[in-house]
Design a protein around this ligand. Structure first.
Ligand code: 3PG
Ligand code: MG
Length: 392
């Protein structure tokens, strides 16, 4: 890899500015999912073990350059201290003096960087000010690496810089899944809209052997081929684009897998009365809420010989039982093959991780990314500014 790691820098007695992503879900001032905090622990521990003082820097929400008290990172401090098993000094306002007072063994967290307009503007002056607080820079925020902000981009060019453990892990997993994967490779892409995942589909048909399209996106592809989808969610204005993707897949030899049978209902709600019909037989007054068992069997058949799988998006409306069935059945199979050592499986994106967690398979993938937007942009083949800056 073109970037340095914590092993390449001397951290003894250094103030180590560590960009982390602890943009965690919260309710009433309490963290409701600690995953992103759990995943930065190895980096913080390794900085401490190497004799450095970790000064954590992060954003929370989108305050747009203003102080928004509800978006203060102070709310995260109790959970962060719990997980790191020691007090964390929270530093806002005039950072300078508080930073100077830090001792070996301390951990500090700066207030939400996005309270300053210089952060999102990737402002050189703001980056300079951050750089003046430390000796070394570590980026452990893969999930914010698609943003060219002062703390993810400009700052990396001002100090000796390296990737943290989580950043390393994320990049290695993605490289194994799409960079130099063992073939055949299957991608499963789902979600509501083709329009938000166009670049992704375009890139994937060049890289993978089989592309499974699920969810609302699949309806758009079916409709584009003249197949009736009733009242289903579908972007009919994307028909040409969908046909272009199908044509491109033919030239690259990528098999596009669409639903072969569908579960349809009149209402979009939990336990709505439903039936399974062949694709093409969706009644005019009904909508497609899941893929059917024949589709699941076909996907399982393809997975038998698959060596690498990357997943971004569910196959149906997994939030509403029983329309989770196709997604969960396929996840069961992915989990089984991964545990048997037959498959490298990588998943990422908010919806996808929610589906994996709901299915109980959160420990059964080879790797689950903490990233949403950054995972998607990486899968699209885009350069992530936060990673590029580390490469120097
Ligand atoms: C995320 O939660 O996706 C990252 O923290 C990035 O946040 P952003 O989309 O507000 O830049
Ligand atoms: Mg986001």
């Amino acid at each position: 890899m073109a970037w340095k790691t914590l092993d390449d820098l001397d951290l003894t007695g250094k103030r180590v500015l560590v960009r982390v992503d602890i943009n965690v879900p919260m309710e009433d001032g309490h963290v409701t999912d600690t995953t992103r905090i759990d995943r930065i622990v190895p980096t913080v521990r390794d900085v401490l073990a190497a004799g450095g003082i970790p000064i954590l820097m992060a954003h929370y929400g989108r305050p747009k350059g203003k102080v928004v008290p509800e978006m203060s990172l102070s709310y995260v401090v109790p959970t962060l201290s719990d997980i790191l098993d020691q007090p964390v000094a929270f530093i806002d306002g005039d950072y300078g003096d508080r930073i100077a007072a830090l001792q070996a063994g301390d951990i500090a967290l700066l207030e939400n960087l996005r309270f300053n307009p210089g952060e999102e503007a990737n402002d050189a002056g703001f980056a300079q000010r951050l750089a003046s607080l430390g000796d070394v820079y570590v980026n452990d925020a893969f999930s914010a690496a698609h943003r060219a902000h002062a703390s993810t981009e400009a700052l990396a060019r001002l100090l000796p810089a390296c990737a943290g453990r989580l950043m390393q892990e994320e990049l290695s997993a993605l490289e194994a899944a799409l960079g130099t994967p063992e073939r055949p490779v299957v991608a499963i892409v789902g979600g509501a809209k083709v329009s938000t995942k166009l670049d992704l589909l375009g890139n994937l048909v060049e890289k993978v052997d089989h592309l499974v399209i699920g969810g609302g996106m699949a309806n758009t592809f079916l409709a584009a081929q003249g197949i009736g989808v009733g009242k289903s969610l579908a972007e009919h204005e994307m028909a040409n684009t969908a046909r272009d993707i199908i044509a491109k897949a033919k030239t690259t030899g990528c098999e596009i897998i669409l639903p072969r049978d569908i579960v349809v209902a009149k209402e979009f709600k939990e336990n709505a009365q439903h039936q399974t019909v062949a694709t093409g037989a969706c009644p005019e007054d009904q909508m497609i809420l899941d893929a059917g068992p024949a589709t699941v069997d076909y996907i399982k058949g393809v997975l038998k010989d698959t060596k690498t799988l990357i997943m971004n998006g569910p196959l149906g409306v997994f939030e509403l039982a029983p329309f989770h069935k196709a997604t969960f059945d396929v996840l069961d199979e992915i989990a089984r093959q991964t545990k048997a050592g037959q498959l490298v499986s990588v998943a990422g994106g908010g919806d996808t991780v929610a589906a994996v967690n709901a299915s109980g398979h959160e420990d059964d993938f080879t790797y689950i990314s903490t990233a949403g937007g950054a995972f998607l942009e990486w899968m699209e083949g885009k350069t992530l500014p936060g990673v590029a800056a580390l490469e120097g």
